[in-house]
Design a protein around this ligand. Sequence first.
Ligand code: FES
Length: 297
Amino acid sequence: MNGSPPELEQEKERLLKASERRFEKVVGLSFALSFLATIGLGVVYWQGGQAQLEGALLFVALGGLGFGIVSWGKCLVPQGPYVQDREELKSPESEREAFVESFERGADLIQRRSFLAKLLGASVAAFGVITLFPFIRSLGPQPKKMLYVTNWKKGSLLVKVDGTKVHSSDLEVGGVLTVFPQGHAGGAISQTILIRPSFEDIVTKPGRETWGPQGYLAYSKVCTHAGCPVGLYQELTQQLLCPCHQSLFDVMTGATPVFGPAPRPLPQLPLEIDSNGFLRAQAGYDEPIGPGFWERA
Ligand code: FES
């Protein structure tokens, strides 16, 4: 104890409390600012983003948090150092009273600052949630059933990429053409390779007796390995080649893979020729097209 008069001690105490309250306001303001900037950051990002504004808001959000935490630690937490004499095992009465007073004051401070703690928690939680947005958004739209269905259906006319219909006289033996269902020319999921290995009907597998009229066969062009377009037809070996990893598919046996990493055949589109000689699909594909992992989804 320094022996100061009680009035002086009271004045010092009053000034100390006033200073603490000022710092509490500053810290609270920092956290509130950080919270609002984080919410603003989320809104700007959600509405399409604006790099400079996002940068400024991120600066305020992180700066507010950092400034608040540092100020709290430096100005509102008792700084010490605290020294206790080893020799004195029993504290004098005056020290015990001072301790009780200090303890009660500490409890009061803890209660008052629980608001600051909540504000800090809200700022950190909001920042955590808002910074998740880019990760969630970068996943893109859900594919839903898009991976399982194409635009081919019963009666779909086969058309070329320019939309013109495919006639049964269009291809010679050995000819090959990329086709789409009418109304969806150029569609990536429905792209199909039409091949004519013969003028005679072709049966590629049991149960597909009517699928290859007049030597026309149609297979999904989306490789079952990693989805590259299978576009190279080798007439001599009657095989389709995927240029990405060199998978080979035997067109006469239902596009069964005979070489390379493709794990399953290319799905076959059942064909028919209508009364005007145009090629149509008897039905859509009877299995998912493309890479095998789609089947496991
Ligand atoms: S994508 Fe066709 S072999 Fe890999």
